[in-house]
Design a protein. Structure first.
Length: 418
């Protein structure tokens, strides 16, 4: 007899997979799905780099644009014993220089300029001795893409050097006739290079020009006497200047001085008098004695360069051996290198204001030892400063040579600036 199931009977359960196996299968499927998504960006998602033809660009494969400009720096990187002049140049090919900086080891910049074409940079002046410089240059090609280059080099250490001894002293106050004078320890054969390395800054502004006396002395002055109160700053950028083949300057110094009041004293060798003019007004007229016949005092404009309360004067030092040797000349102020002074005189009797009795100097009445403050010589000494002008006229001698002391005022401006 066939037994039929009753419609009300519960159906038999169908055997299924083990639950632990089902969980493991789910984990494996999930891992596979994650792997596919991470590697292929699956699921049909489109990135910003996709294109209609399916050839999208990935950022990691984009090539960096390279400038066509080529920068060259001379001398080569890490070069040693580089010359201080003419060796440094930065150039650009297939582009233009947009920035060039050159600094020394202390970070001080080197001035320079790029040419009109933008293809070369050169320094404005020479470089210093034994100094390491760093160069950084930037150039752009025609598409505006930049390229940079850096370099380091060191300049030479010279075996032979020179310096310039100068007057007036730094920080001094001087008269309106003071010239700035440099005496070099070696003869200069490239005067243009040396002169270019010396610059003046004045307040108020005034044109200052140099003049060479031989090859070892260079003096500077304006066209006319300095204006009282002028402040003068002189920069000596001589470190690295090749003054003569193989001989280099070593100075890098600034000298400042101030022009004081104006005092110009005029000596008349015929009347034996001297008028002292301060800021345009006569403040004193003094009796003097000048050079006697055969020993006449120079004519011309002379500048006080040295001041000595007491000094020895021996005729032997100026070619007058045996004629005089005075150990205690008071209130002496030098006017020429050759030995002309304006000084106190205690042995001249009644010569002052009456006749000429000296060996070429200008004498003023004084006392032995120079202790008095009221004698004409003491008054003039105490009223003077270095750089004051003493003018001699009507003497029987010629005009003093401009190189004999700081007496370039006896040259015309045209001759001075030749």
């Amino acid at each position: 007899m066939n037994r039929r199931l009753s419609p009300l009977s519960p159906p038999r359960s169908i055997p299924g997979p083990d639950r632990r196996g089902a969980g493991l299968l789910a984990l494996l499927l999930g891992a596979l799905l994650f792997t596919l998504t991470a590697c292929g960006g699956g699921g049909g998602a489109t990135t910003k780099s996709d294109t209609s033809d399916g050839k999208g660009k990935d950022s990691s494969t984009t090539a960096t644009k390279q400038s066509q400009a080529v920068v060259t720096i001379a001398p080569k990187d890490e070069a040693k014993s580089v010359d201080t002049s003419g060796a440094l140049e930065v150039s650009a090919a297939k582009g233009k220089l947009t920035k060039v900086t050159v600094v020394d080891a202390k970070g001080h910049p080197v001035a320079g300029e790029v040419n009109a074409a933008g293809t070369a940079w050169t320094p404005a002046a020479h470089l210093a001795n034994a100094t390491t410089y760093k160069v950084h240059a930037v150039a752009k090609d025609t598409k505006g893409v930049e390229t940079t280059k850096d370099s380091t080099f060191t300049t030479l250490t010279p075996q032979n050097t020179f310096v310039g001894y100068f007057t007036p002293e730094d920080g001094s106050t001087v008269g309106v006739g003071m010239e700035f004078s440099l005496n070099f320890t070696r003869g200069i054969t490239d005067p243009a290079a040396v002169e270019k390395a010396i610059t003046f800054k004045t307040d108020p502004p005034v044109d200052v020009q140099g003049h060479w006396f031989g090859n070892d002395r260079l003096d500077f002055r304006p066209r006319t006497y300095w204006k009282p109160g002028t402040k003068v700053s002189v920069t000596l950028n001589l470190d690295g200047v090749e003054g003569r083949p193989g001989v280099y300057g070593t100075q890098a110094k600034t000298v400042d001085f101030t022009i004081g009041r104006s005092q110009i004293s005029t000596v008349d060798a015929k009347t034996d008098t001297m008028k002292v003019v301060r800021d345009g007004k006569v403040i004193k007229t003094l009796g003097v004695t000048t050079g006697k016949a055969g020993y006449d005092t120079w004519n011309g404009k002379m500048v006080i360069t040295d001041r000595l309360t007491v000094t020895r004067m021996n005729g032997e030092t100026v070619g007058y051996a045996g004629e005089y040797d005075i150990p205690d000349v008071p209130h002496a102020q030098r006017l020429t290198t050759s030995g002309t002074f304006i000084h106190g005189n205690y042995w001249g009797g009644d010569a002052f204001g009456n006749y000429n009795a000296s060996h070429g100097c200008i004498g003023l009445r004084d006392v032995k030892g120079g202790y008095s403050k009221t004698t004409p010589a003491a008054w003039f000494f105490n009223s003077s400063i270095t750089g004051d002008v003493v003018v001699v006229k009507h003497s029987n001698d010629r005009t003093v040579d401009p190189s004999n002391g700081l007496n370039g005022w006896n040259m015309s401006w045209a001759d001075w600036t030749k």
